[in-house]
Design a protein around this ligand. Structure first.
Ligand SMILES: Nc1ncnc2c1ncn2[C@@H]1O[C@H](COP(=O)(O)OP(=O)(O)OP(=O)(O)O)[C@@H](O)[C@H]1O
Length: 583
């Protein structure tokens, strides 16, 4: 066990990211007055120990201390609380509340995508946290599933946003001076990728990508390299997956607008998502459905978005040099990447891809191309050169066709039309139970919210739940994922979507439980004979048929004659055949 300062003792590592390692730790003694939460001796906390490279940079230490008050005062039920900042010798550490639960990235990997209702409610809580931090002048800048922890709270799960301010720290002059950048390609807003001024709208873009990933299991823009992904952020329009209801897509699409001024504010995003969640449930009434379909009117942009200080200078912010051309893992942790713009795609990184989650890569020496002395203020940034080159190659947006067997969208449970709704056992809202054997075999589970997909998706099944705000409890899913066919027809805009078909009443059956095979047929035959007989009698008596054939006999007399004649023929046939056998 290693001490951190005099107050904390590191016990075991919980995980490692680009900027440092997070430890489970124990408080030795009550922290001083400078800590936001003094804590008690023996209390368990999480401590993020920043990498030595960061801790050794005087600029970062300065910024760390300057940011202290911002980080410590940021409190919200959906934000992981920073309790203390420790600066001691070569060590920089953030002391946080310990969150007992997985991060959203791991949860998605192990349990598969969420239903649209669950995704909307979860993102609404994240938007709540963003609204509070934006109002306080803090932009997260690295919103992604790995930075959302799912806290176990009385058997439920509660999303908690973490790593606030880390991107700010790592983007300090100390790093940008050496052209390094912290970010994650799959979640980078177009303006960040291009080095334009950034505002709180970058977090809304991140929330849009996150929502897309929650409902589909993967971010909208993928590709072989970070450069391709960035290119798509700048040029490709995201396409609506067939499983995403129109109102939710309206919200996602707005968040993913290339123009930050067209994205909603965090507060409006939270409100819009709750309206959508209410309007796409199975039990939504017509007013809720109409409100969800008109959600676009709730998504007004922020009239005064919070600016990211120092952003917009391409010599400071632009992220992806050589690494952008390297192998790309969309799920990689935040990358701290140097700019190179050097002679080749490897440059100062020595061939490392952007995917190494732990890499704080060596900065470019000032005398090298791409370093501070390398590109003058008038020259295009190395990143822009690379992007232009990519454009010049006429790179088309890749539409990746997944093997249906591997597409998580197509493995989601189907609602059976016409079947009465199954009685669900009463569970706390948003519970996700461990996948049943049936689910593990890939058969369709019947449940309302999440879609655990079993071990095929990764790790072992878990009993995991998360909690929405109380007003949305027990809101089931109105939109069922389609059967595995190419595309579901689009719902015409402005038209209320159709109510799900009610299950039919079972037909009342005869009180007589006995069933005689063929009885129905026999009854039908007898009935037909009676009808024919009556019809023949009427024709005989009422039509001129009698006079046409010259008979004066009554109907029954005539019938009797015909029967005699026929039986005579039959006897004759019998006699004839019998006679032929006797000599
Ligand atoms: N407050 C916390 N309580 C419990 N576990 C935590 C806490 N903060 C982070 N973790 C866990 O520690 C691991 C590493 O966290 P970290 O924030 O360093 O990773 P990351 O977000 O993937 O990296 P980065 O943000 O640097 O890109 C994660 O798996 C996360 O689940």
């Amino acid at each position: 066990m290693r001490p951190v300062g005099s107050k904390y003792l590191l016990e075991e590592p919980l995980g490692r990211g680009a900027t440092g390692t997070v430890w489970r730790a124990r408080q030795r003694e009550t922290a001083g007055a400078e800590a936001a939460v003094p804590g008690q001796p023996g209390e368990t906390v999480a401590i993020k120990v920043l990498k030595e490279e960061l801790a050794n940079d005087a600029d970062i230490v300065m910024r760390f201390l300057r940011e202290r008050s911002v980080l410590l005062r940021l409190t919200h039920p959906n934000i992981v609380r920073v309790r203390d900042l420790v600066v001691e010798g070569d060590l920089l550490a953030l002391v946080m509340d310990l969150i007992d639960g997985p991060d959203l990235h791991r949860y998605l990997r192990e349990n598969g995508p969420f239903t649209p209702v669950a995704a909307a409610l979860l993102t609404a809580q994240i938007a709540d946290a963003l609204a509070v931090s934006h109002a306080d002048g803090v932009v997260h800048r690295d919103l992604k599933p790995a930075n959302v922890l799912l806290m176990q709270d009385n058997g439920r799960m509660h999303p908690m946003l973490t790593d606030f301010g880390i991107a700010r720290l790592a983007d300090s002059p100390g790093l940008t001076r050496t052209h390094e950048f912290v970010g994650t390609p799959a979640y980078v807003a177009p303006e960040s990728a291009e080095g334009r001024p950034q505002t709180s709208a970058v977090d809304i873009y991140g929330a849009g990508i996150l929502m897309y990933e929650l409902v589909t299991g993967r971010p909208p823009f993928g590709g072989g390299s970070a450069l391709e992904v960035l290119h798509q952020h700048l040029t490709a329009e995201p396409r609506r997956p067939s499983t995403v209801p129109e109102p939710l897509w309206t919200v996602i699409e707005r968040c993913l607008r290339k123009n930050p001024d067209e994205r909603p504010s965090a507060e409006n995003l939270a409100r819009g998502l709750r309206v959508v969640a209410e309007g796409i449930g199975v039990h939504s009434n017509s007013m809720q459905i109409a409100a969800a379909e008109g959600v676009v009117h709730l998504l007004a942009p922020d009239p005064a978005p919070t600016a990211v200080p120092g952003s917009g200078d391409p010599t400071q912010v632009l992220p992806y040099g050589a690494a952008a051309a390297g192998a790309y893992d969309p799920n990689a942790a935040t990358s701290v990447l140097p700019h190179t713009g050097g002679p080749g795609p490897v440059g100062a990184m020595g061939g490392m891809g952007a995917a190494d989650p732990t890499a704080v890569l060596p900065s470019v020496p000032p005398n090298q191309p791409g370093g501070p002395g390398g590109s003058g203020p008038q020259e295009p940034h190395p990143w822009q050169n690379q992007l232009r080159a990519a454009r010049d190659r006429n790179e088309q947006t890749q539409i990746q066709n997944l093997d249906p067997g591997e597409d998580p969208l197509r493995r989601r449970p189907q609602r059976q039309p016409g079947r009465p709704p199954q009685q669900q056992p009463q569970q706390p809202p948003y519970q996700q139970q461990p996948p049943s054997r049936q689910q593990q075999r890939g058969q369709q589970p019947q449940h309302g919210y999440g879609y655990p997909q079993g071990p095929g998706q990764g790790g072992p099944p878990q009993h995991q739940q998360y909690a929405p705000p109380p007003q949305h409890q027990q809101q089931p899913q109105r939109y069922a994922p389609p059967a595995p066919e190419p595309q579901r027809p689009r719902q015409p805009e402005g038209r209320p979507s159709r109510e799900p078909r009610q299950p039919r009443e079972p037909r009342p059956r005869s009180a007589n439980p006995m069933k005689i095979p063929g009885l129905g047929c026999l009854k039908g035959c007898l009935f037909t004979i009676v009808i024919l007989f009556v019809a023949a009698w009427l024709i005989w008596e009422l039509s001129p048929l009698q006079s046409w054939i010259g008979s004066t006999k009554g109907f029954f007399e005539q019938i009797g004659d015909w029967i005699d004649t026929v039986s005579g023929w039959v006897d004759g046939l019998g006699g004839g055949s019998g006679g032929s056998g006797n000599p």
